[in-house]
Write a protein of this length. Structure first.
Ligand SMILES: O=c1ccn([C@@H]2O[C@H](COP(=O)(O)OP(=O)(O)O[C@H]3O[C@H](CO)[C@@H](O)[C@H](O)[C@H]3O)[C@@H](O)[C@H]2O)c(=O)[nH]1
Ligand SMILES: [Mn+2]
Length: 717
């Protein structure tokens, strides 16, 4: 283990990126926003509801900008020094790796196999690793593909290590052509590996077309007569690393688990799966560190474990995937519970290791309690043989196992939010833990994002809903201002997730210019004060554009992303608000809608991080529609603005005095409408396109009906 000698240079250094220029720009925009608000308030008395609504929207935007300015005030980055690890680490710790999957159709088993293969092959001693796959889909096909993948791993892992392969997900690796002389040893091995990988993919594909023959195999008996929502726990040790020689010892443990599900039991979606993973791994290997990776991601960099992982072990704002945690943090330990040397304080020992409390907190399994005590005391002894512990592991997978325990409340991944990652993260930060964000080059993990269209919007809707749930449950970063250990600006950072509530002001703000044009009302300040609005828009555009360009993105991807965020706010987050209202009224429950994944056939383009992923694809700006409710608001906004512009141009022909100094609307409002049309441009294209890129007739007619109501209502006044 690492010794904590303070004379050694640090493993990780914080590099500050603060810039006075950027601070000044942020403050200037804030100042402009405040002066706009002031102008509105000063001129309010003579005006009407339109100005009140505009004041509301602009106050929301100002609040958002204020929070963002606070959060961005002193940006920093943690730079890891993996080489320094050699000086202090004499024995690398065990690491358990968790991969959850839930649906063999939406999450193709070959993709899960790739994720697992990339993890089995990381540069880390194989006997220190264990990979656990949780399958909420209870799919024999997923199990089959893991079995096949583990066979392939016996040649894949040695191949990767021999040639120091960088990207160890085979599907991704073989997207690059071979660059070596035809007769070299490497090219022969490469060809052989490629053939074997293709054979693996074919086998999995054949099995997904016809899985009847699986029924005849005794190993698949446990899957017969099961439904994903109704079956007992299935636990299979796919591969056990028993040391041995040669290839045998190169592949880490691989365990397949599918927890019990019964129709009347809540299973808590991914967080329930993560907690079962925690328990089973606790029983089997009990590693002090763990890595969470979604089934749609893969380890992109073989050295992800050394240094970077250890240095970032407390984890950044946990976003569900590509993140390291210590087991003790997941078991609810706070920094205050620890002495300087990392052992539990006497108070914490009484609190955590009290025999009576343990069973009520962690559940009735004796083996589980023993493993917990060992983990808390940092004395985890992995089982000599994984198969010895299967019965106990099955017990902790029962759906009533967590009944009246602390699982999901203060232990493990927290429940009561579909954004279990943010929820758990908030729980950890509230206890006072710090975390670090490490973004190495090349990125340690890469994953797939849904295509631009309903899948992306539904995902955003889930995140938005989950975020609001986090803010209003027991682990809310907003409660306990003086009691909790979380820092003030960290709280603000969580408050930022409230931003999905801005869907309402954004929707209103997209309709206001059109309403004013139709109504012949003024929306923006008149005379020189119009300068405030214009400067704001121009500055914001230039500022965000500069940010995009300096990160290496194109002007087009900047434009697409501006448009995308407006669409996400009005078409996705709007429904998050609806979800929450329906939940509060007890009308419907909130479920985890799994994103549909496709295995990429093209190499990721650079830069490939963060929110720009989607807009960076080759189909940049191509938007897919379907007849779900999600596209009604966007289509409605587009139609209303087009109608308003049409009315405006007719009015222009009637009177030459368009930008009248009087009370009416004019060029400024028309420009507002044009801006909205530009931001919702995919919808304009969707009006004329056919197939999946066209807006379906039912959506169009519903939106058109709303538009007629809106226009009639405006005209009447
Ligand atoms: O009942 C469930 C539902 C989902 N999953 C798994 O959860 C992961 C994430 O699901 P995905 O459909 O890919 O959602 P994303 O929106 O891409 O996931 C992001 O958002 C989630 C919270 O909404 C986090 O859990 C994820 O880690 C984070 O990457 C996948 O591996 C799923 O197999 C389960 O194991 N059980
Ligand atoms: Mn995902």
């Amino acid at each position: 283990m690492a010794d904590s000698s303070s004379s050694l240079p640090p493993l990780c250094e914080r590099i500050s990126h603060k810039s006075y220029v950027l601070r000044a720009v942020d403050l200037m925009i804030l100042g402009l926003l405040f002066s706009l608000l002031l102008h509105r308030i000063q001129h309010m008395s003579q005006k009407d509801n339109v100005w009140l609504v505009a004041l509301f929207c602009e106050s929301c935007l100002t609040f958002a900008w204020l929070i963002m300015t606070c959060i961005k005030w002193s940006p920093a980055e943690d730079k890891p020094y993996p080489k320094r690890l050699d000086e202090r680490v004499h024995d690398l710790p065990l690491v358990d790796m968790f991969v959850p999957t839930a649906d063999p159709v939406r999450e193709p088993p070959i993709m899960v196999a790739n994720t697992v293969l990339s993890l089995l092959a990381v540069n880390y001693p194989a006997n220190k690793l264990a990979c656990y796959v949780s399958d909420d889909g209870c799919s024999p096909l997923t199990y089959f593909s893991l079995k096949e993948a583990s066979k392939f791993a016996k040649i894949w892992v040695p191949f990767c290590k021999k040639y120091n392969v960088k990207v160890r997900a085979p599907f991704r690796y073989f997207l690059n052509p071979l660059v070596a002389a035809d007769d070299s040893e490497f090219s022969k091995d490469w060809e052989m590996m490629k053939r074997e990988y293709e054979r693996l993919s074919r086998k999995v594909e054949d099995a997904s077309r016809d899985s009847h023959w699986l029924d005849a195999d005794k190993d698949f008996e446990a899957f017969s007569n099961t439904k994903p929502s109704d079956h007992s726990t299935i636990l299979k040790v796919v591969w056990e690393n028993k040391g041995g020689v040669g290839e045998e010892k190169e592949v880490p443990h691989l365990v397949y688990i599918s927890r019990e599900k019964r129709p009347n039991y809540l299973h808590h979606y991914k967080s329930g799966a993560m907690n079962f993973l925690l328990r089973v791994s606790g029983l089997m290997t009990n590693a002090p560190y763990m890595l969470h990776v979604d089934c749609d991601m893969y380890a992109n960099e073989a050295d992800v474990f050394l240094g970077r992982g250890v240095a970032g072990i407390q984890g950044p704002l946990y976003c569900g995937s590509g993140c390291f945690h210590t087991r003790r943090v997941m078991y609810g330990v706070s920094p205050d519970d620890l002495e300087d040397d990392g052992s539990l304080t006497p108070v914490a020992t009484r609190e955590f290791l009290d025999e009576d409390k343990l069973a009520t907190k962690f559940g009735s399994s004796k083996e589980m309690v023993i493993s917990m005590v060992e983990a808390l005391k940092r004395k985890s002894n992995p089982q000599n043989s994984l198969t010895n512990i299967i019965e106990a592991a099955q017990e902790v997978g029962h759906c009533h196992y967590e009944y009246q325990t602390s699982w999901g409340k203060t232990l493990g991944c927290l429940y009561d939010s579909v954004a279990e990652d943010m929820n758990t993260s908030s729980g950890i930060h509230l206890r006072g833990w710090t975390s670090s964000y490490i973004s190495p080059e090349p990125p340690a993990f890469l994953g797939s994002t849904p295509s631009l269209g309903v899948e992306a919007i539904v995902q955003q809707r889930r995140w938005g809903t989950g975020a609001i749930e986090v803010l209003f449950n027991k682990q809310s970063p907003l409660i306990g201002i003086f009691r909790r250990k979380i820092r003030f600006r960290q709280r603000l950072a969580y408050l930022w997730v409230l931003m999905c509530l801005r869907s309402i002001p954004e929707l209103l703000y997209c309709l206001l210019p059109a309403y004013c044009l139709l109504h012949n009302y003024t929306l923006y300040p008149k005379g020189p004060c119009l300068g405030i609005t214009i400067t704001l828009v121009v500055m914001h555009c230039l500022y965000t554009l500069w940010q995009y360009l300096s990160l290496g993105f194109s002007v087009k991807s900047w434009y697409v992303s501006q448009s995308l965020w407006r669409i996400i706010a009005t078409c996705g987050w709007l429904f998050s608000v609806q979800d929450i209202i329906l939940k509060l009224l007890g009308i419907s429950k909130i479920g985890f809608v799994i994103a549909k994944k496709t295995i990429s056939k093209t190499r990721p383009s650079k830069p490939s991080q963060g929110e720009d992923d989607e807009s960076n694809s080759s189909d940049l700006g191509k938007f897919e529609f379907d007849s779900s409710c999600h596209f009604i608001p966007g289509t409605f906004i587009m139609l209303v603005n087009l109608a308003a512009l049409a009315v405006f141009s007719v009015r222009l022909q009637w009177s030459s005095d368009c930008s009248s100094g009087g009370g009416g609307s004019g060029l400024a409002e028309a420009c507002g409408c044009i801006l909205v049309v530009l931001l919702f441009f995919p919808f304009l294209k969707g009006l004329f396109e056919k197939g999946k890129y066209g807006i379906p007739l039912p959506t169009l007619s519903k939106a058109a009906f709303l538009t007629v109501l809106f226009v009639a209502f405006s005209e009447e006044n």
